[in-house]
Design a protein around this ligand. Structure first.
Ligand SMILES: Cc1cc2nc3c(=O)[nH]c(=O)nc-3n(C[C@H](O)[C@H](O)[C@H](O)COP(=O)(O)O)c2cc1C
Length: 361
């Protein structure tokens, strides 16, 4: 029976424990998407995680629509990440970069060009830009050639991440962003081989995974999916038909890990009941590899799920924001703080609410 504090293999990474940092956008990079010394401090503080998964990191200009979020497609961005990977490694941590393309959730006011997606749909609400909230635009429907170019952008970004010193990459296939827009029938209205049947809707994800594997190796390639519930206007009428075959296929590819976020998503918050059944048990059976689960974990459920083999590791998001050494808190059985209003500091640039939380000791 493994414990949360046993090591676990994540492809080429031997993680020292099974408590991972969930990917969280925190908007502390420059306007050009270059990581900052504040980000170095934040990630160093969390190097006790088994694996740190970075915030979503833009793979291309058109894919990076979040103000002050970092990228991995320019020389300056690659150089900017190097002190961070080194800092985490020097503290004995492991760090994986999350490859992010926002698709229709981006805005031209930030990216300089129209948002893209599998189909000409729009983000359901207004979009946060440098000039405040703006009405969402109708996405440009990617042509087949543009799909190939986007797949290539993922592969190049993965190579860039390894050049920057990351231990691996996690493809962001969750939460209503570009890959998820292709996966689910609420947002994928295509009638060619990228739309329609679950097999067709899986095609883009598969092409991205194969290209990233070719670029950096399966043992450095992970993916995150969010099968149930609505995410930023993206939903599927029958998630099991898409996500169980996805899990089986990903297992056969021998990727480093599959991360699943289950629960409904409302503006960064999750509730345990997504309104659609959880699929983690079926995914566990279908996927032969390291499985990481997320959403609304507390100490007890994390211990129990790992000990009972429900998953191999769990990732914490919000608790990890204000407990920079969360594994130590769990080890010492210290109660988590639940009374901090994080909403106003999630994306607020400066150090406040980012690097100013005390450690447990
Ligand atoms: C401020 C904030 C930013 C987030 N950014 C990302 C992101 O960039 N990529 C991603 O996959 N999930 C993102 N998420 C979702 C988290 O990874 C996680 O799934 C969510 O917080 C639920 O886990 P928790 O209950 O432990 O907080 C974000 C969540 C929050 C609160």
């Amino acid at each position: 029976m493994p414990s949360l504090f046993d090591p676990v293999q994540v492809g080429s990474i031997t993680a020292k424990n099974r408590i991972f940092l969930a990917p969280m956008t925190r908007a502390r990079a420059t306007k050009e998407g270059v990581p900052t010394s504040l980000m170095l401090k934040y990630y160093e503080q969390r190097s006790t995680a088994g694996v740190i998964v970075t915030e979503g990191v833009g793979i291309s200009r058109v894919g990076l629509g979040w103000p002050y979020a970092p990228g991995i497609y320019t020389k300056e961005q690659i150089e900017g990440w190097k002190p961070i990977t080194k800092g985490v490694h020097d503290k004995g941590g492991k760090i994986v970069l999350q490859l992010w393309h926002m698709g229709r959730a981006a805005h031209s006011a930030v990216t300089g060009s129209a948002p893209v997606s599998c189909s000409p749909t729009s983000y359901p609400t207004q979009i946060h830009t440098y000039e405040g909230k703006k009405d969402a635009e109708v996405a440009h429907e990617l042509t087949k050639e543009e799909i190939k170019e986007t797949v290539q952008d993922f592969a190049t970004a993965a190579k860039n991440a390894i050049e920057a010193g990351f231990d691996g990459v996690q493809i962001h296939g969750a939460n209503g962003y570009l890959i998820d827009q292709f996966l689910r029938d609420g947002s994928n209205l295509r009638t060619d081989e990228y739309g329609g049947s679950p097999d067709n809707r899986l095609r883009f994800m598969k092409e991205v995974v194969e290209a990233v594997i070719e670029a950096v190796g399966a043992d450095k390639t992970s993916i995150r999916l969010s099968p149930n519930g609505e995410s930023q206007g993206v939903i599927d009428s029958d998630p099991a038909k898409v996500f169980i075959p996805a899990a089986k296929w990903l297992g056969e590819k021998g990727i480093a890990s599959l991360a699943i976020r289950e629960g409904a998503t409302t503006q960064g918050f999750t509730s345990p009941d997504a309104g659609q059944p959880r699929l983690n048990k079926e995914i566990r059976e279908a996927f032969k590899g390291t499985l990481i689960l997320n959403s609304a974990y507390d100490r007890e459920r994390a211990i129990s799920d790992v000990e009972n083999g429900v998953c191999d590791a769990v990732s914490f998001g919000r608790y990890y924001i204000y407990h920079p050494d969360l594994p130590e808190m769990i080890k010492q059985n210290k109660p988590f703080e639940t009374n901090i209003d994080l909403m106003k500091v999630f994306y607020s640039q400066g150090a406040e609410g980012y690097t100013d939380f005390p450690t447990s000791t």
